[in-house]
Design a protein around this ligand. Structure first.
Ligand SMILES: [Zn+2]
Length: 203
């Protein structure tokens, strides 16, 4: 809710740079000497992301077309991921590599542990916990990737894209977005602890 309200607020504040999110993204990419990353519009709200496998920065329609602070901040953040990719930033590559394992772990981890407990298979419980741990590691690796993309974005935006108190407003937008990742990681860690406690009490 905090993310949505921060976005809502700053998507009504026009940016002094008078650039749409798409223009911001394209301008920063070329300033950084990155010419093989496309900028495209995508459906949904808060669906903005960088896709390392196809090298595309995708911005939701409102951020793609809008000339507001939220769009400017989000566009710079997503380009921050493209810069990480171009520089071979290790946590980004790691995150991308463990994504399939993480997807498997978050969907199968819990059911495997429950099944193992129901049928008394300790081995299945342990494998389920290992699977789920893969998903937790993914959430934890996501944190430095996200914070680093935002700090790259702020460093670039502060050099000529933002004026006056726009700097602190853009920071608020990006901090609100980062909070969702912190909350997701904290939830995943607590679920893992829960699974370990369930395993302990089962012995
Ligand atoms: Zn991000």
């Amino acid at each position: 809710m905090r993310v949505r309200s921060a976005f809502k607020k700053y998507s009504q504040v026009p940016s002094m740079a008078r650039l749409s999110g798409a223009e911001t993204a394209r301008r920063i990419l070329s300033e950084q000497g990155i010419y093989d990353v496309a900028v495209e519009e995508t459906g949904g709200s808060l669906s903005d992301h960088y896709d390392p496998s196809s090298k595309v920065v995708r911005l939701s329609s409102d951020n793609f077309h809008g000339h507001h602070l939220a769009g400017l901040a989000v566009a710079a953040h997503e380009v921050g991921h493209a810069i990480q990719h171009a520089n071979g930033y290790l946590p980004l590559n790691l995150r991308h590599a463990i994504l399939p394992v993480a997807n498997l772990g978050s969907s199968l981890g819990f059911p495997m542990v429950i099944g193992g407990m129901l049928f008394g298979f300790t081995g299945l419980i342990d494998i389920g916990i290992l699977f789920f741990a893969g998903a937790v590691i993914f959430q934890l690796v996501t944190l430095p990737v996200e914070f680093n993309a935002s700090s790259r974005a702020m460093a670039i935006l502060s050099q000529g894209y933002l004026a006056g108190d726009e700097v602190s407003s853009a920071k608020k937008v990006l901090n609100a977005a980062a909070m969702t990742y912190v909350a997701a990681a904290a939830t995943a860690v607590m679920q893992l602890v829960h699974l370990l406690l369930m395993r302990g009490s089962d012995d």
